[in-house]
Design a protein around this ligand. Sequence first.
Ligand code: 4NP
Length: 155
Amino acid sequence: MPNILFVCLGNICRSPAAEAYFRHHVRERGLDHSFRIDSAGTGGWHAGEPADARMRSASQARGIQINSQARQIAPSDANADLIVVMDQDNLRDVTELSWVDADRVRCLLEFHPETSRTEVPDPYYDGGEAFDLVLDLVDAATLALLDYLESSGLD
Ligand code: 4NP
């Protein structure tokens, strides 16, 4: 069963959204039991906290709940088949971890079918529109990620 881990800096904005939208798309296809899905942060400052209230309410407005609790990426994540990061800082920080297999790390927006962006921008210090942009990007990219994983076989 593929084990997919979404990673950002704090694990309170972008990667919880990616986790929730990927989960949503997986459920819509009836594939709930086909994946292990989780998220984590490269930093641990927010460990134990729910996702940022602005992120949760922007997502709730689209009918999708974000229920994750923040945690820092840890060596127990070495069993992830794919670590999907949000930006280049995350990519560097994750690939620098001694126990991470760099071949299993991808940037989420590689899968996005349209955008020219390479990073999901960090919305933490920005206003409401930044959270909606994150959700637009994450929604389309996680759907395309699921297409990719389905077409490459789920084992
Ligand atoms: P995230 O956003 O990486 O998308 O969860 C951030 C959350 C917290 C901080 C920065 C980014 N922070 O500096 O505390």
